[in-house]
Design a protein around this ligand. Structure first.
Ligand code: FES
Length: 71
């Protein structure tokens, strides 16, 4: 799905940027240019960012569990 029409930025590109460390809207804006033209995509981009961070946080406890078992 295209999130930012002005800059042709898809949800997938946002997910890749988040995986690469863009964990805030300013960082996403700097790395992809999302929301830098008309700004109408800001809410949708923020929603995708939040989903990505939630997904990452849900995956995180599994790492802690496996580390806890190893200790
Ligand atoms: S749709 Fe993203 S800046 Fe216009």
């Amino acid at each position: 799905m295209i999130v930012c029409i002005c800059n042709n930025i898809s949800e997938r590109k946002i997910r890749q940027a988040v995986d690469a460390g863009a964990t805030t809207m300013p960082k996403l804006r700097d790395s992809l240019g999302v929301g830098t033209c008309c700004g109408k995509c800001h809410a949708c981009a923020k929603s995708v960012l939040r989903e990505c961070l939630d997904d990452a946080n849900q995956a995180q406890p599994m790492l802690f569990q496996s580390n806890a078992l190893a200790a």
